[in-house]
Design a protein around this ligand. Structure first.
Ligand code: CAA
Length: 281
């Protein structure tokens, strides 16, 4: 498998394109505007430069990685793909529309992965005539740093598809873990409850700094839950919780403070303000 197409040049899409290209795959990164592609390529460049400064990559490796990534607006690139990884916004109808089109255009051997963090793989797969070749490939943010990837087996996903995806992930130095296709899979199901409770602690009067310090120093978490929530995006977290509440009940009900902060535009790092303030570039 040497040709990968990533749909979406946002945070997840550009991270997936970068890591895949670092491991010598030819990658097409597809989006719907030049501006989005440019932002995606800038983000890749700055992540690679950071790795070069830390001595993890040579200047030549950075250049070669960039050379292997083709940013494009042309959906027809999927005709040449051996694996497609979709990382577009978490809109169910949009994803189903894209998978139907992928099925029409991709070679019959191409496996179709979605980076969704919670939407049902089985239903996305049913938009295609090859549901056995569709699966979830859920990378973690920041993709160049986080090694774990959740691989989600839909109702129809074949063992062969699963094995091909696992081999691909190992070839880019990721650590795959198989999760069932039930709401939230494993990662979102556990993580979002933890983040929600951290927000509820703030609602009850704790400061974000204290909540984070307690979880970092008492439980050895690498970063505090509210800093992590700012990284994930409060809007993303809220939409996952709304989905899980709908599917699984009130255990997942979002904190009123999260609702309020999203309404107020405090989405976390991407908006410059969340539980903490960030310099917006
Ligand atoms: N590209 C390249 N390198 C990066 C990077 C990037 N985008 N971001 C961080 N790094 C590197 C840094 O250069 C640094 O390298 P060294 O170890 O060589 O110094 C290393 O990563 C650590 O970074 P920092 O020192 O700047 O910051 P940190 O100590 O806070 O670590 C982190 C950063 C590893 C991301 C840490 O904050 C962490 O572990 N965060 C938790 C991340 C997490 O839980 N992600 C999953 C979220 S859930 C999800 O993504 C699923 C979903 O569906 C929402």
């Amino acid at each position: 498998m040497k040709r990968v197409v990533v749909l979406g040049a946002g945070t997840m899409g550009n991270g997936i394109a970068q890591v895949t290209a670092m491991f010598k795959y030819q990658v097409s990164m597809l989006d719907i505007s030049d501006d989005l592609l440019k932002k995606g390529m800038n983000s890749i460049q700055s992540s690679l430069s950071r790795m070069e400064k830390k001595g993890k990559l040579s200047a030549e490796e950075v250049k070669e990685t960039i050379r292997r990534i083709t940013p494009t607006l042309d959906f027809n690139v999927v005709k040449e793909s051996e694996i497609v990884i979709e990382a577009v916004p978490e809109q169910f109808d949009l994803k189903k529309k894209i998978f139907k089109r992928l099925d029409e255009l991709c070679p019959k051997e191409t496996i179709l992965g979605t980076n969704t963090s919670s939407l049902p793989i089985t239903e996305i797969a049913m938009a295609t005539k090859r549901p056995e070749m569709v699966l979830g490939i859920h990378f973690m943010n920041p993709v160049p740093v986080m090694r774990g990837v959740e691989v989600i087996k839909g109702y129809h996903t074949s063992e062969e598809t699963l094995n091909r995806a696992v081999d691909f992930l190992k070839s880019i130095d990721k650590v795959p873990g198989i999760a069932p296709d039930y709401p939230g899979f494993v990662n979102s199901r556990i993580l979002n409850v933890y983040l929600n409770e951290a927000v509820n602690c703030v609602l009850m009067g704790a400061t974000p700094e204290d909540v984070d310090n307690i979880m970092v120093h008492c439980c050895n978490m690498p970063i505090g839950p509210l800093r992590l929530l700012d990284m994930v995006g409060l809007d993303v977290h809220l939409s996952i919780l709304n989905f899980l509440t709908n599917e699984l009940g009130d255990k997942y009900k979002p904190s009123p403070l999260t609702q309020q902060m999203v309404r107020a535009g405090r989405l976390g790092m991407k908006s410059g303000k969340g539980f903490y303030d960030y310099q917006k570039s």
